[in-house]
Write a protein that binds this ligand. Structure first.
Ligand code: GLC
Length: 717
């Protein structure tokens, strides 16, 4: 791995002898650990670091977690957990992202590079204290300095390296559901998108496509001639994206199982035998992704599906999720036998119940297996948070070997800092609850701060039944997230756009078309963030440092030009918004239908009917639009439209590339510099085209501060 000299603004303190997590790319300069700035440090069973917060301090970050953008008031435990009930009291979700920024009079970032449990108590136990408890004695602590939140986040993103880059088609709308049971059903979904004329780029295959839930197999009875099927669907303009789970089914004759056993590529128990746990297929072994050889072996298994035409995957159950282990199941069954014919009082009944309920993801199980690292066995619990990260790394490293220049779609459920270099993430099993739409809004910016640019939630909610208005409002938000996927659980109400009444379908179609029309902007801004170690979605505090803007929890900046104000309440005909400076509101009904309104700085009530997506354009900024098409590849960006809100001068750098290769790493991309300057009562437009030979024309709608519109069409040479 390429490493870089560490920046002068980053202090690294090494405590003990940490395990090499590969979270950061910059190595080098270490500071004296006797003089750690900001924190009181105390050796306990592990270590405890305390910082006294001032009342003004805002704590940003911590990636995939509950609660607000400002993390004050909560306890967060970094320990990747498969818990499908994301209620506000839960302290761990699927990721472990130990980076945060203290933003007050003192401004600094903190990253704890430790792969097992770390607890962040941020003003929960004591309102003024931020206490970090690291359970072990070996870790790296990084303190990052800067003059602003944005600068500190950029330092961190430089430390951990460039984000994974998906293919451009992965910016299209994607349809998923657990329970597309066979080829006919999948094809019916595809045909419905075509019939209802709704753009869509990918349809997902959940565990139902496999033979008995065995990784890298396809059930021949329900998906016969899979290669031909992949091609057929591709010819209709859609990609299929299969799931891969962490656990490998124990079954004689199954090649992945046989090879893993033969080569000792599975995690082992204390006797040195392959560790057994149960997930979807029943009993499984877990590949030892911490062992580079095993990682390569598992990664190259993706090739089978790639050879059949697959271009994207999602990695799941890689916390790793455990339904039960033999040991704990045995104990529970014994308890049940003892309980038979007994008159259980409340305590013995609870004990019996908990013996079964507690089988799922039992923390004790994580202490019962081991990884091989540099010839030594290391207990899983000590490295727990690296598991999903290294599963995704296994895939990404193999893609690099299989087709070095191709961009594959890859995202994971579990992750650790550094995993963003190998894939994106989705936020797991949320619910069709309004609260989870809001949680999605709050989480996006903290995921971005931890490098996870390509991310998104199950739009519409995974568990539970969505109603039409929640579906609409969620889509109106997700249309801005790089990963825009509608996914739901087996047994819940169907939530494909055409599963709803006609009126709802009509609105959903328009929202998805709006997404496709915005792809020139969304892709350009995503790539700008990726190439400049910046974020794509940010809290207002990234650009506005007044107290009011810093406290806004339910609005986001999307790229450089836009602010969004998602509506996340049932039956709401609008919402209160904070406008941090004069802005132009575009209420989008569809990508063509545009009405504008100028908003002055201050508090305002924004009305937005169900069919209206409110989009604010910042002052002296430009947003670019194309036409919609039925898929990303169909979009032809030879003519673009620009909406600009200009007081003095606005500039925009429109980025594009081939969308499929890694040539962008060699600066093989096309940029178009657009500048609009107000001169007296007119606007002068300058366009400098650096290599975009497709673009022929841009039609401008420029609004000035009084709301007067000037229309201009400029040919691009
Ligand atoms: C897990 C995943 C979910 C998937 C299901 C079945 O719950 O988080 O997305 O649909 O497993 O594979």
């Amino acid at each position: 791995m390429k490493t870089y000299e560490i920046s002068r603004l980053i202090m690294k303190y090494r405590i003990g002898n940490p395990f090499e997590t590969d979270a950061v790319l910059q190595k080098g300069r270490e500071c004296d650990k006797e003089n750690i700035e900001y924190f009181q440090i105390e050796e306990t069973e592990g270590f405890r670091l305390s910082y006294r917060m001032t009342p003004q301090d805002i704590i940003w970050g911590l990636g995939e977690n509950q609660k607000g953008m400002n993390k004050r008031g909560g306890v967060y435990v970094s320990y990747c957990t498969d818990d499908p009930n994301h209620t506000p009291d839960k302290k761990s979700l699927y990721g472990a992202h130990n980076f945060f920024v203290v933003d007050g009079e003192e401004k600094f970032g903190v990253f704890i590079d430790y792969p097992s449990k770390v607890t962040f108590d941020i003003g929960f136990t004591h309102s003024e204290f931020l206490d970090i408890t690291v359970e072990g004695k070996d870790f790296d602590l990084y303190i990052l300095k800067g003059t602003s939140l944005r600068e500190i986040v950029q330092q961190f993103l430089s430390l951990i390296g460039e984000s994974y880059c998906p293919p451009k088609w992965a910016f299209g709308y994607q349809q998923s559901r657990w329970s597309y049971m066979n080829a006919e059903e999948v094809e019916k979904i595809v045909d419905s998108f075509l019939y209802y004329d709704i753009p869509c780029d990918a349809v997902y295959l959940d565990i139902d496509y496999m033979e008995k839930f065995k990784d890298f197999t396809v059930d021949d009875a329900s998906f016969p001639n899979f290669e031909g099927f992949v091609k057929k669907i591709k010819d209709k303009g859609f990609r299929l994206v299969p799931i891969i789970d962490a656990g490998v089914k124990i079954e004689k004759g199954y090649d992945v199982y046989e090879e893993g056993i033969e080569k000792n590529y599975f995690c082992v128990d204390e006797k040195g035998e392959a560790f057994v746990a149960a997930v979807w297929p029943g009993r499984v072994h877990f590949p030892d992704f911490l062992n580079p050889e095993a990682r390569r072996w598992f990664g190259l298994k993706y090739k089978g599906l790639i050879d059949w035409g697959i271009e994207g995957f999602w990695n799941d159950m890689n916390e790793p999720a455990i339904f039960y282990t033999n040991k704990e199941l045995h104990k529970a069954v014994e308890k049940a036998k003892e309980a038979q014919n007994q008159n259980l009082d409340i305590y013995s009944y609870f004990e019996l119940r908990d013996a079964f309920v507690g089988l799922l993801n039992n923390l004790k199980d994580y202490q019962d297996f081991y990884h091989k690292s540099e010839g030594k066995l290391v207990n899983h619990d000590k490295l727990h948070n690296l598991y999903g990260y290294n599963m995704t790394r296994a895939a990404a490293e193999a893609f690099e070997e299989i087709q070095p220049d191709k961009r594959f779609l890859m995202f994971s459920r579990a992750s650790y800092i550094g995993a963003h270099r190998y894939g994106g993430i989705w936020t797991g099993d949320n619910h069709s609850w309004w609260e989870h739409l809001l949680l999605n809004v709050k989480m996006m910016s903290s995921l971005n701060m931890c490098g996870f640019l390509y991310s998104g939630a199950d739009t519409g909610g995974f568990g539970g039944d969505v109603n039409p208005q929640l579906m609409i409002r969620w889509m109106q938000f997700s249309l801005f997230t790089p990963l825009f996927r509608n996914h739901s659980a087996m047994g819940t109400r169907r939530q494909e756009p055409f599963a709803f009444d006609e009126g709802t379908l009509h609105i959903l179609r328009n929202i998805i078309r709006l997404r496709y029309a915005l792809i020139p902007y969304i892709y350009s801004e995503f790539m700008r963030a990726l190439l400049n170690r910046d974020v794509y979605m940010a809290p207002l505090a990234f650009h506005y440092d007044d107290e009011r803007s810093r406290r806004v929890e339910d609005q986001l900046l999307v790229g450089d030009a836009l602010m969004i104000t998602p509506i996340y309440e049932e039956n709401a005909g609008g919402r209160y918004v904070w406008i941090p400076e004069e802005m132009l509101l575009w209420k989008a009904v569809d990508y063509k239908n545009r009405s504008y309104q100028i908003y002055k700085k201050g508090n305002a009530y924004l009305e937005a009917d169900m069919q209206e997506t409110p989009i604010f354009i910042r002052k002296n900024h430009i947003v670019l639009l194309g036409k919609h098409g039925s898929s990303v590849e169909e979009l032809c960006h030879d003519e673009l439209e620009a909406i600009a809100f200009v007081d003095s001068k606005a500039t925009y750098v429109y980025y594009d590339d081939d969308g499929t290769t890694k040539e962008y790493k060699n600066r093989q991309y096309k940029e178009v510099l657009i500048e609009i300057e107000k001169i007296k009562n007119d606007f002068q437009i300058t366009i400098i085209n650096k290599g975009n030979d497709k673009l022929k024309k841009i039609s401008f709608e420029i609004l000035d501060i009084q709301g007067n519109m000037t229309k201009k069409i400029v040919e691009v040479s």
